[in-house]
Design a protein around this ligand. Sequence first.
Ligand code: 5CA
Length: 160
Amino acid sequence: MSQPLKDSARRVQEAVRALGFDFQVLEFPASTRTAAEAAAAIGCLEAQIAKSLVFAQHPSGNPVLVIASGANRVDESRLAALCGAQIRRADADYVREQTGFAIGGIPPVGHAQPLPTWLDEDLQQYIEIWAAAGTPNAVFRLTPSALHALTGGQWAAIRN
Ligand code: 5CA
């Protein structure tokens, strides 16, 4: 029997269902806190991990979400150009405040408020990808097109 999901993971599961998808949130005994750990626990490529990174626009302070391939670094000048604003890497408190989740488990959906979202086009080459689901042990498998539908994000060239 599987255990009930932790509260944060359950919120992500419910958000995914509410958006009309039946992807199942899975909790692993091993850490999935980083893209590398998630890939090792799942047995997929690090590049198949869809990591959700929060940035702050400056000077508005508005958040922006980037969902990047686990193998990539985000090019902050490309992101700034897409946003039409300066951007800064967010600190842990800001990330929690804006998303309702802690770093290491930031999901692509189910946030405290909707976040403008950019999607790393490198994720499109995979049939299956995996995203965090609210905790440092929870992930769910999805497809690039479902990521697009779930987040309402836009595909962009965003890697460094
Ligand atoms: N659960 C995994 C795989 S989906 C995960 O969340 N990976 S992640 O890469 O999206 O989350 C870790 C990311 O959080 C790091 O890549 C880094 O960008 C960010 N991060 C880690 N520590 C901090 C910190 N102190 N302040 C701001 N961002 C941080």
